[in-house]
Design a protein around this ligand. Sequence first.
Ligand SMILES: Cc1cc2nc3c(=O)[nH]c(=O)nc-3n(C[C@H](O)[C@H](O)[C@H](O)COP(=O)(O)OP(=O)(O)OC[C@H]3O[C@@H](n4cnc5c(N)ncnc54)[C@H](O)[C@@H]3O)c2cc1C
Ligand SMILES: *[C@@H]1O[C@H](CO)[C@@H](O)[C@H](O)[C@H]1NC(C)=O
Ligand SMILES: *[C@@H]1O[C@H](CO)[C@@H](O)[C@H](O)[C@H]1NC(C)=O
Ligand SMILES: *[C@@H]1O[C@H](CO)[C@@H](O)[C@H](O)[C@H]1NC(C)=O
Ligand SMILES: *[C@@H]1O[C@H](CO)[C@@H](O)[C@H](O)[C@H]1NC(C)=O
Ligand SMILES: *[C@@H]1O[C@H](CO)[C@@H](O)[C@H](O)[C@H]1NC(C)=O
Ligand SMILES: *[C@@H]1O[C@H](CO)[C@@H](O)[C@H](O)[C@H]1NC(C)=O
Ligand SMILES: *[C@@H]1O[C@H](CO)[C@@H](O)[C@H](O)[C@H]1NC(C)=O
Ligand SMILES: *[C@@H]1O[C@H](CO)[C@@H](O)[C@H](O)[C@H]1NC(C)=O
Ligand SMILES: *[C@@H]1O[C@H](CO)[C@@H](O)[C@H](O)[C@H]1NC(C)=O
Length: 574
Amino acid sequence: MLFKPKFATILTLIVVSSCGDSFLQVGAVSQQQWDQLNSTVNGRLQAAVPFSRPCFPDVAQDVLGEFDEDECATVQAGYTNSTVRVGVVGSYMMTQWETCQATSEQCLLDDLDPSDAQAFSPPQVCAQGGIPPLYIDVQEPADVQAAFSFSQNTSVPIVVKTTGHDYSGRSSGANALALWMYNLQQLSYNSTFVASGCQESSAAPGVTVGAGVTFGQLYDFAEANNITCPGAAELSVAVVGGHLQGGGHSALSNAFGLAVDRLLEVKIVTPTGEYLTANSCQNEDLFFAIRGGGGGTFGVVMEATIRALPQLSFPAVHFDFNVTSETERELLQFIASNSLQWAEAGWGGYILPKGSMLFVNPFLSMAQAEEQMTSLQQFVTTNLGATFTLTLQPSFLTMFNNFLLPPALPVGLPFITTSRLIPAANFASNESQAELVDRVIEALDDSPYQIIFAVTPYYFKSPGGTSINPIWRESLWHVLGSASWNYNTTTDEKRAIYSNRTSQMDLLREITPGSGAYFNEADVHEPDASASFWGDNYDTLVAIKRRYDPNHLLDCWQCVDWEGPSAARFSCYL
Ligand SMILES: Cc1cc2nc3c(=O)[nH]c(=O)nc-3n(C[C@H](O)[C@H](O)[C@H](O)COP(=O)(O)OP(=O)(O)OC[C@H]3O[C@@H](n4cnc5c(N)ncnc54)[C@H](O)[C@@H]3O)c2cc1C
Ligand SMILES: *[C@@H]1O[C@H](CO)[C@@H](O)[C@H](O)[C@H]1NC(C)=O
Ligand SMILES: *[C@@H]1O[C@H](CO)[C@@H](O)[C@H](O)[C@H]1NC(C)=O
Ligand SMILES: *[C@@H]1O[C@H](CO)[C@@H](O)[C@H](O)[C@H]1NC(C)=O
Ligand SMILES: *[C@@H]1O[C@H](CO)[C@@H](O)[C@H](O)[C@H]1NC(C)=O
Ligand SMILES: *[C@@H]1O[C@H](CO)[C@@H](O)[C@H](O)[C@H]1NC(C)=O
Ligand SMILES: *[C@@H]1O[C@H](CO)[C@@H](O)[C@H](O)[C@H]1NC(C)=O
Ligand SMILES: *[C@@H]1O[C@H](CO)[C@@H](O)[C@H](O)[C@H]1NC(C)=O
Ligand SMILES: *[C@@H]1O[C@H](CO)[C@@H](O)[C@H](O)[C@H]1NC(C)=O
Ligand SMILES: *[C@@H]1O[C@H](CO)[C@@H](O)[C@H](O)[C@H]1NC(C)=O
């Protein structure tokens, strides 16, 4: 028997129709319908088992897999390791998305000590939570087309998952059918790539990347091909999934733009069932939407071609430090007073206010970099007593290995972000800089992880065609705070943590009217989310969404034209 009858039971669901006003009662999906789907996708319909399942003697109804002490030890050893988690379909980087937060159904370990038996011994029970019980291991466009047809016929919701990094849970969903894109692994380079239907004269160096390729793979590939493909400060993020479609920043994005700025073409299956090529010469509306409108919304991207840069060597400033509250303020004041001129000169990178800074500039010689950074060097040496280094990095990969391992943001725990884009106007006077610094410090005060990303495309001059909030291009900082909890935190405490994080960022929202936040690293309860993520592009994005997804088969949290928090598919959110 292919499916235990219980699958049919749990996939019984009530969905609100896309009109929003009538309820559609959907009966159990029959075994025959599942079998038919499985045969259409050549047997690649599979059951997803929660990552920590092997540790639990007791499971809730419908959870598959086995209790196995050896496998449990492997899970425990890799619990907070993104390289381990990325390849497991039943794992999510922010583990609250493996759970149903509203019902507390979960299958989690103690992230502070994964060997802590209290988390997995009876009476603890492993439940499926927010992990889609079934997924298709996608290998070709026809798999995705079958899934859309199935969802249309049965009203079973679809979610797209590649790596499970999404901070707002957009790649998980209780009782959904997941499309797992991770095994689409092609990677090729063409130094004279011409987007389909475009003029030969538009030829540009392009890397074509399958949906499952991660930045770790791309960086190695770029190095081997003597080119540069900048990307995330975390090796297990996918190149063409949510990162690309929501913006995509890197240490070089002030200089060379965001991922959306370097996109040449995508191949995408739309919810209408078409397999389309979108670029600046055909399906331009879809191309615009993919360049910032967000993942999981307009279709399922099978592959993308991204402009490659030549191999680059560049100066990098790096230092680690310890701060007191006094020196932290002085440091941020110093950085704030220089941020505009640094951005205008092409500098970008990461500032961790309590411990380190990495800044790079691909346009300067070492001598020029030294001259521009003399005052920072003096400040760091004198005021922080830290060791300042300025070194020539022979490639992006070397820079990554020297400075971005281990990553600055954790995985394998319940973790949320909150953030704000800070426009250049906030840096215009000494008074506004001082106010900004005061508020940044207060807003981030009890964030366990906090970063000031100097990754906005301020230096880079965009030729247009992207759908991110235009405020990105007038901003100098993307300020990020966070909060985390553990497996046994109560629902009331979680609600309090969420709401604290949201209200704390009001300190920065108040002084940046009309600005916004980065879709991929925003607050789960981002106020006025559509305006914040897309600004004036929102209405156009809604029109494009309705053109390519007229039956609203794709939906995700705070995504373009979403149904809103009370829709059935979001019932696990707090
Ligand atoms: C540790 C960590 C470090 C990060 N570092 C950076 C960084 O340096 N720069 C940066 O810009 N961002 C960074 N991010 C944020 C990252 O860009 C987002 O989490 C992004 O959504 C991840 O995309 P994914 O496809 O890998 O993840 P997933 O969770 O698998 O998917 C994310 C979203 O995209 C959709 N999606 C995935 N694949 C496809 C596809 N093929 N077609 C259509 N929709 C798809 C999903 O449905 C979901 O909505 C980081 C996140 C983490 C957790
Ligand atoms: C789908 O079919 C394959 C091959 O017949 C089988 O191995 C797999 O278990 C089936 N999937 C489910 C969910 O039963
Ligand atoms: C994470 O797992 C990978 C793959 O097993 C391993 O190579 C790496 O050393 C691990 N990282 C840490 C920090 O343990
Ligand atoms: C959906 O229903 C149509 C019409 O009955 C049918 O042709 C199609 O095969 C179904 N799709 C799937 C994936 O079952
Ligand atoms: C690279 O792209 C050009 C232009 O489309 C094409 O003529 C050529 O065959 C491609 N080369 C490879 C190796 O695919
Ligand atoms: C690598 O690329 C750089 C920059 O384009 C070039 O100067 C260098 O000669 C190339 N090296 C090799 C081995 O091709
Ligand atoms: C910060 O302080 C800790 C504890 O005193 C010390 O171990 C560490 O080396 C210091 N780091 C730097 C960069 O000075
Ligand atoms: C800030 O104050 C300094 C010293 O008082 C002055 O030189 C500088 O021009 C001021 N900067 C701005 C942006 O007003
Ligand atoms: C949660 O678990 C930890 C570790 O097992 C324990 O120290 C703590 O007291 C627990 N907290 C609650 C609220 O139960
Ligand atoms: C929320 O914020 C208040 C005030 O800053 C603080 O007292 C409280 O401990 C915070 N609660 C949580 C759960 O973080």
